[in-house]
Design a protein around this ligand. Structure first.
Ligand code: AMP
Ligand code: MG
Length: 484
């Protein structure tokens, strides 16, 4: 069956300055924890195959498919602002690239496959907890419509791994159209390998952005395209209340897809300064910093690419990034409010509302979802807010109603459109935590149930109403660390 995967290992063709050929250290006595049928389709594989011994052996590292050319990629990166000259896949292996029947190229990457030349002090492993977190988040973001890598399956084992406590070694099988990061460019620039830097740029253009090759200055066009894609991705994060947590340049995909999930979080009570990563004490990657950090990272990329450019591009980069960010952010936020067209004061209207949500610590996702059913003959009593806060919304509601009237908005139509823009189900931290704890005790059914619910985040699913509720008190203050 695996022979039906048609490998097309283009990255391996770049040569060994770009990676180290690598064989996995097999997971002892592995088992399949969970697998995604929708991700399986991307590789044209039958979901049943994922339950076969062959799949288990391949992804756990006991067997290498004939046409695979497993390797660990080299890259560098700015981590919390400081430059690390050599990172690379310290526990990851690009098993190979597969071209599906639609012509799409998908990287199959296994995370947690043992030590590599890039492991530094790490043990080369990933724990079950962090594999589940990435699996849940990447599939949840995908179904929300946020650009992201995907996840195919998780393999578990009884091999003990030490983090804050003893955990078990697992492998996450990640699918992505590319694993090239901003930090890949930084590596070749700062280690003074200009020919490789150019080769990498040409590869990215050729493989992912072929239209850019037509531009007068293809490398400049590439940089600006990456800025555009990154801005679009971050606009989605801001609109959906998603905080990535570790926006280091080695975790930024050149495709503008959400990449390398660690201590991420969906915002619950609205708080622009939300810090999901408990170890990020300065709040460098706080929710409201994400748009400017995105640009900071692009500048690091531009600096790495500077010898490929005809001159200083900072202003054009900023212009491109900002324009795309606001275009996408305004579009998404207007959809959240159920507004069909854009008018001059819409940003103000949204800003005022966010101020009220922050002031009263109101659940971001639930508020918007419930606003869908608000009708123009309702008053503030119909809003999702604590009773004592409702009077505070009166003035804003008048403005909102006037704005709806200005475009002849019809309540029923608006409700329908808003329910397609405002998810009922998001991946709340406590839901992930419950699923993880159960899986750690040997039962992955809650992971599967959550994936089932989060695969249809905009549907009502009345039988799962409790998954749409605010977290219980204990679930509001979970501390998510960087360890993975
Ligand atoms: P991450 O925090 O997962 O984005 O990883 C940052 C860098 O540390 C990458 O180069 C990883 O490959 C490496 N790394 C993270 N955890 C481990 C580990 N357990 N063993 C080896 N390398 C690791
Ligand atoms: Mg990373």
């Amino acid at each position: 069956m695996i022979n039906s995967l048609s490998f097309d290992n283009r990255f391996a063709g770049l040569g060994e300055s770009f990676f180290a050929p690598m064989k996995a250290r097999p997971l002892p006595d592995p088992h399949m924890v969970t697998a995604s049928t929708s991700a399986a389709e991307l590789l044209d594989i039958h979901p049943d195959w994922l339950n076969s011994d062959e799949a288990l052996n391949i992804f756990s590292g006991h067997q290498v498919p004939d046409e695979a050319e497993p390797l660990s990629m080299v890259y560098a990166g700015h981590q919390f602002g400081g430059y690390s000259a050599r990172l690379g896949d310290g526990r990851g292996i690009l098993l190979g690239q597969v071209r599906n029947s639609k012509g799409e190229l998908w990287d199959i990457h296994t995370k947690g496959s043992g030590k590599t030349p890039f492991s530094r002090f790490g043990d080369g492993r990933a724990v079950l907890r962090s594999c589940i977190r990435e699996y849940l988040a990447s599939e949840a973001l995908h179904h929300l419509g946020i650009p992201t890598t995907r996840a195919l399956c998780i393999l578990g084992s009884t091999e003990p791994v030490r983090r804050e406590t003893m955990e078990s070694a697992s492998v996450l099988v990640r699918l992505a159209r590319s694993h090239i990061r901003f930090g890949s460019f930084e590596y070749f620039a700062h280690s003074k390998q200009p020919a490789e830097l150019k080769k990498l740029a040409d590869y990215v253009i050729d493989t992912h952005f072929p239209d850019v090759a037509e531009a007068e200055q293809p490398c400049e066009a590439l940089l600006l395209r990456i800025a555009t894609e990154t801005a679009g991705m971050i606009a989605h994060w801001q609109a959906y209340g998603f905080a990535h947590g570790v926006m280091n340049t080695d975790n930024m995909s050149v495709l503008g897809e959400t990449f390398d999930y660690g201590p991420y979080g969906f915002m619950e009570a609205f708080d622009p300064g939300y810090i999901c990563n408990h170890t990020d004490e300065q709040g460098r990657y706080a929710f409201n910093q994400q748009p400017s950090i995105g640009f900071w990272n692009l500048r690091a990329l531009a600096y790495a690419m500077k010898d490929l450019l005809s001159g200083e591009l900072t202003e054009q980069l900023l212009e491109t990034y900002q324009t795309r960010f606001f275009e996408e952010y305004d579009r998404l936020m207007n959809k959240k409010l159920g507004l069909r067209v854009q008018m001059e004061d819409d940003r103000q209207l949204m800003g005022d509302l966010l101020g009220l949500l922050q002031k009263h610590a109101i659940d971001y996702s639930i508020f918007f979802r419930k606003l869908a059913d608000f009708t123009q003959s309702d008053d503030e009593s119909a809003l999702y807010a604590p009773e004592e806060a409702k009077a505070d919304f009166r003035e804003w509601l008048e403005a909102y109603k006037a704005r709806l009237k200005a475009e002849n908005s019809r309540d029923e139509e608006r409700a329908q459109a808003m329910k397609r823009a405002n998810p009922k189900y998001i991946l709340r931290n406590y839901l992930a935590q419950q699923a993880i704890e159960k899986a750690e005790a040997g039962d992955a059914s809650e992971v599967e149930k959550l994936i089932g619910i989060l695969s249809h985040p905009y549907d009502e699913q009345p039988e799962h109403e409790d998954y749409a509720a605010e977290p219980p008190e204990w679930g509001k203050h979970l501390e998510i660390s960087c360890s993975s």
